[in-house]
Design a protein around this ligand. Structure first.
Ligand code: C2E
Ligand code: MG
Ligand code: MG
Ligand code: MG
Length: 273
């Protein structure tokens, strides 16, 4: 939520502290209501393999369909959902819905795709996370290799022992794990060599401004990923110039408005067939 960028429904920046507090309480109540009344929706953004042009994956992105205000972006409510702990329930719903939907598409005969789900820190640190994932896969019938979990660098870095254990358990289930927004956190090469992750997602930031320095960074991330046997995807690709550069540098996959915006399930289906 950046002041002046766009007017938010919850105008936190333009309000006083006590007003903000009231706004947050209202929002918390509304979030609970949204959970009860099923006002969340997933949109899916297709990811393209740059070598053959095929769609290989989908990122599930949460939307709050507010009865009066329309779609509200996760950037506006995920922070509060994390603070209040509501993210656990919301996240459970996201996981189940993404797996259910992906399985449904497979059963309709679509080519199997990976669905990736964003996890927030609180979700990732749940002691029963692996158990939950196992249950969701069992309940929906989705094979583990068609589910990818996105974590961020900062999440992977605290409490190393526990995180490593969780990651190994997830990998032994067959679930894929990617590092989202790669390059924007406190990246440490040590973790990259130790954590059993499967993919790096190059943050949009490095593509937005394709000056010499950023091009060098993107190239290094691609080459490092390949040396470490990791897949690499570029996020937020908007221009032909960016696409040409990524293709030339042999980035594996791309995702961005140039290819497609995140789409509701019915429109995604039309996009795919
Ligand atoms: P993210 O995981 O890094 O997702 C990428 C964001 O970039 C999405 O924003 C997507 O719509 C946007 N994007 C994709 N391609 C382009 C492009 O070419 N140009 C531009 N300008 N933007 C592009 P979105 O959907 O608003 O999500 C924002 C963030 O909210 C996500 O960032 C993720 O961190 C979080 N989020 C979304 N869904 C969930 C969820 O189910 N659970 C959790 N915990 N977090 C979520
Ligand atoms: Mg993501
Ligand atoms: Mg990202
Ligand atoms: Mg992000």
């Amino acid at each position: 939520v950046i002041k002046g960028k766009h007017r938010n429904y919850y105008n936190l920046f333009e309000s006083s502290i006590s007003e903000n507090f009231k706004i947050m309480l209202t929002m918390e109540a509304e979030l609970r209501k949204a959970l009860r009344e099923n006002h969340f929706e997933l949109h899916y953004q297709p990811q393209k393999d740059l070598a053959n042009g095929r769609v290989v994956g989908l990122e599930a992105l949460l939307r709050w369909k507010h009865p009066e205000k329309g779609y509200i972006s996760p950037a506006e409510f995920i922070p509060l959902a994390e603070k209040t702990g509501l993210i656990i329930e919301i996240g459970d719903w996201v996981l189940l819905e993404a797996c259910r939907q992906n399985k449904e598409w497979q059963e309709r005969g679509l080519k199997p795709l990976t669905v990736s789900v964003n996890l927030s820190a609180r979700q990732f640190y749940q002691p029963n996370l692996v158990e939950k994932i196992k249950n969701v896969l069992q309940k929906t019938g989705l094979q583990a290799r068609f589910l990818e979990l996105e974590i961020t660098e900062s999440m992977a870095m605290s409490n190393e022992e526990e995180i490593l254990k969780t990651l190994y358990e997830l990998r032994s289930l067959g679930v894929l794990v990617s590092i989202d927004d790669f390059g924007t956190g406190y990246s440490s090469f040590k973790y990259l060599s130790v954590f059993p992750v499967t993919k790096l997602k190059i943050d949009k930031m490095f593509l937005d401004d394709m000056q010499k320095e950023n091009r060098a960074i993107v190239k290094s991330i691609i080459h490092m990923s390949h040396s470490l046997n990791l897949k690499v995807i570029a996020e937020g690709v908007e221009t032909d110039e960016q696409l040409a550069f990524l293709t030339r540098e042999q980035c594996d996959e791309m995702q961005g408005f140039l290819f497609s915006k995140p789409l509701p399930a019915d429109r995604l289906l039309k996009f795919l067939v």
